[in-house]
Ligand binder design. Structure first.
Ligand code: ZN
Length: 268
């Protein structure tokens, strides 16, 4: 399913595989002044392709290599004749592919492989200039696209929510914290976050600051409980009451315990 939303000059393309009448998981791509940021997953690639044929698309970038961000890369490359740009670490993964877990294959599917070029430091679309900011954490190859004049920040999967409760097994919470800290330092008073979950956050700096406070508090609680010799699963149950239902569905890939373990003292 593809849902198109407009935020002034920004077009949001919310996509997700539909099964039994429900969308399994929404992922958003954005189109602004001819710049396409991410391309959704393989299961929605044809639908996105049909939409893009009617649009002005001149440049294509990926925030990172994950399968729900590069699914229609092949379409823009083959059918629209456009080159795709991503972080240098994403290039081999998008070119040669990478294994998916069973749930990832079901929800998003294997993207067709494409060539990809390294991102420049800035991207000019004519009306806007986007700074490419390296923001590792969610993945090592993650970048955000920041337009200082407009205060827009396309944050990919870097920012999910102020009250993060779980983590992917391969995410690095320290990286996420310092990358979001970097966005707080950007020389604008406020910015709007355009996230890959589809959530648009108008007071982005406030939201990031509240995320960082939440993490500081959570780390403090984890440390205190670890000091009382509680194990990571015990700390999880004490703070969050239980594991998320996503844990068994994803073979533990998305889980509260991943976050708790990374916040344990002495880890990393
Ligand atoms: Zn991702």
């Amino acid at each position: 399913m593809l849902k198109v939303n407009h935020f002034d000059e920004i077009t949001q393309l919310k996509m997700g595989r539909e099964m039994d009448g429900t969308v399994l998981y929404w992922t958003a791509a954005y189109l602004v002044d001819g710049l396409l940021i991410d391309t959704g997953c393989a299961h929605t690639a044809e639908e996105l392709g049909r939409f893009l044929r009617e649009q002005r698309v001149e440049q294509v970038v990926n925030t990172h290599h994950h399968e729900d961000h590069i699914g229609a890369n092949y379409f823009v490359q083959r059918e629209l004749g456009l080159e795709i740009f991503a972080h240098r670490l994403a290039i081999p993964l998008i070119k040669k592919g990478f294994p998916l877990l069973e749930y990832q294959e079901m929800v998003w599917g294997y993207p067709e492989l494409t060539t990809v070029q390294p991102l420049p430091e800035t991207i000019n679309t004519g009306r806007y200039t986007f700074e490419v900011i390296e923001t590792p954490g969610h993945s090592p190859d993650h970048v955000v696209f920041f337009e200082p004049e407009q205060g827009w920040c396309f944050t990919g999967d870097l920012f999910v929510s102020e009250n993060l409760k779980m983590l992917r097994a391969d995410e690095d919470i320290e990286g996420i914290i310092s990358s979001l800290g970097k966005l707080l330092e950007l020389p604008v008073k406020e910015m709007t976050l355009y996230t890959s979950s589809g959530r648009v956050v108008p007071r982005g700096k406030e939201a990031i600051a509240s995320f960082l406070d939440h993490m500081r508090e959570l780390r403090g609680r984890v440390s205190r409980l670890a000091g009382e010799s509680l194990t990571a699963p015990e700390i999880r149950d004490r703070i969050f009451e239980r594991e998320t239902q996503l844990a068994p569905l994803t073979g533990g890939h998305f889980a509260v315990i991943n976050l708790v373990e990374q916040l344990m003292p002495g880890d990393g």
